[in-house]
Design a protein around this ligand. Structure first.
Ligand code: G3I
Length: 382
């Protein structure tokens, strides 16, 4: 056990971070399905958590809710103000990804203004609770500020702006970020470069390699990742990422990992070929990771999923975790939020929801227990 790990365990044991036993907020047959193994102490607090159940060589993460769709919701910033939420976040996870707080529009709102406060708070929280941080994200087509998207910059200026952003942001967190999603969603489903990405469109695909090089210069120890959705099954997109990864490595670009976001829906099949996909990148010597897992479903009129739907969802979560556990270099497994209370899913997919592993009141769903039991049965070194 490393010193940092020992300290983390001691802090957790001594603190009041234990989470009250989950009580379903709504009555109903389907909610009965949420009860799993007791795993509580005499005061009714859960003692076995995801992070404690996990093998030492696998980080268990979640997004820290804030910014983005939360801004329009009738609640204050979740990460800052929801104390029960923060307790579960600290207790269950040993990796944290800022959901929106490190994206361009948030952290670099004006050309000469950086807003590090909200992301700094997450990094500080993570250090206090023995958690690593996944930085998200540096080169993306979405959530860029208007000054950037609508600015009339020459190619040289745009390149200088990207370099300054990466050097400044990655440098600000030097030594504090385990993994950076350097390039996010840069390819479309046909494996072509996304032209919505202003940097790729204006500067060409070679800018991807530069982004990795600048990030590496700013923080040589951070593991630098390609990150995307729609790569859970083999196909044109995976082929293109594999070719890109090979090229970057051949060019000695400091690429260290490939990640599957894994935003899933029960409308489609479970990703039963994910392990084989991850293995292709493992074979290149890269780390792999699951970075944004959630499993949405079509909600019945009642808004409450049936027991069968919850079991199906649990199977999907387990399939993804099993895939990661089956690949030696898969060192990070992150779910995109842990409670339906703050999920992005209903905002984007109005008839769908219940995508996370906990109800609004942090009561645990079958998916939570599927993850915990699977982690508990896994071994270090795998
Ligand atoms: O920027 C507009 C603003 O102009 C407008 O007034 C406002 C009106 O609702 O919307 C603003 O856009 C919001 C955006 O965040 C920026 O703040 C969207 O409504 C909001 O839905 C969006 O949400 C975030 C989303 O990324 C954006 O793509 C979510 O909070 C966040 O969970 C989600 O996370 C992404 C990962 O970063 C990458 N992978 C996919 C994942 C899920 O979409």
């Amino acid at each position: 056990m490393s010193k940092a790990h020992r300290v983390a365990v001691a802090v957790l044991a001594a603190s009041a971070l234990l989470v009250p036993g989950a009580q379903p907020a709504q009555a109903g047959a389907s909610r009965q399905a949420t009860t799993g193994p007791a795993a509580t102490d005499r005061s009714g607090y859960h003692v076995l958590t995801l992070r404690r159940a996990a093998p030492r060589d696998l980080r268990i993460g979640t997004a820290a809710a804030g910014g983005g769709h939360h801004v329009d919701q009738p609640y204050p910033d979740p990460f800052t103000y929801d104390q029960p939420y923060r307790r579960v976040l600290a207790h269950e996870f040993n990796s944290v990804s800022p959901e929106n707080q490190m994206k361009w529009e948030f952290i670099h709102p004006e050309r000469h203004t950086y807003n590090f406060g909200p992301a700094d708070a997450i990094v500080k929280f993570a250090r206090r609770h023995g958690q690593v941080v996944r930085g998200h994200t540096l080169l993306w087509h979405s959530q860029n500020p208007a000054w950037l998207q609508d600015g009339q910059f020459t190619k040289d200026e745009l390149r200088a702006i990207l370099k300054e952003h990466i050097v400044t942001v990655v440098g600000h967190y030097r030594g504090k970020i385990q993994q950076w999603d350097v390039a996010n969603e840069i390819l479309n489903e046909n494996g072509e470069y996304r032209q919505e990405n202003i940097f790729i469109r204006e500067l060409g695909p070679g800018i991807v390699a530069d982004a990795f090089r600048w990030a590496h210069q700013a923080d040589p120890k951070a593991q630098l990742f390609l990150n995307d959705y729609g790569v859970e099954w083999p196909g044109a997109k995976v082929d293109a990422y594999e070719a890109l990864a090979k090229q970057l490595l051949a060019d000695r670009v400091p690429l260290r990992g490939f990640a599957s976001q894994a935003h899933l829906s029960t409308r489609y099949g479970a990703p039963d070929q994910l392990a084989a996909v991850l293995q292709r990148f493992d074979a290149l010597g890269l780390h792999t990771a699951i970075t944004e897992l959630d499993v949405r479903m079509d909600l019945p009129e009642s808004g409450v999923p049936t027991a069968e739907q919850l079991q199906t969802q649990a199977t999907y979560y387990k399939t993804v975790l099993d895939a990661c556990l089956a690949v030696a270099g898969c060192n990070s497994f992150t779910i995109w939020g842990f409670t339906d209370k703050y999920s992005w899913v209903p905002v984007f997919f109005p008839s769908e929801g219940a995508a996370t592993v906990m109800w609004d009141d942090f009561g645990r769903k079958p998916a939570y227990y599927a993850l915990r039991n699977t982690l508990a049965a896994a071994h270090w070194g795998r």
